[in-house]
Design a protein around this ligand. Structure first.
Ligand SMILES: [Zn+2]
Ligand SMILES: [Zn+2]
Length: 70
């Protein structure tokens, strides 16, 4: 389980509904998260798999960009 910037993001990015294995199919799910490459989005429930990519957490304001490890 990936850890995120804050508890609210943790909750939504790891949100799994027993009725809808596909995150886009669940009307309760609002956050799309992909680990490689790291990407966060707000799910648009238009019947497809649309999302609006976000660069900052809507709850705590942290940058969601992957940090370069050098
Ligand atoms: Zn956050
Ligand atoms: Zn659901």
């Amino acid at each position: 389980m990936a850890t995120h910037c804050c508890e609210t993001m943790n909750y939504w990015a790891n949100f799994k509904c027993s009725e809808h294995p596909d995150v886009f199919a669940c009307p309760d799910n609002v956050v799309f998260f992909k680990s490689r490459p790291r990407q966060y989005g707000i799910i648009v429930h238009d019947g497809g798999s649309s999302f609006i990519e976000i660069k900052f957490c809507p709850w705590c304001g942290s940058s969601l960009q992957e940090r370069n490890k050098k």
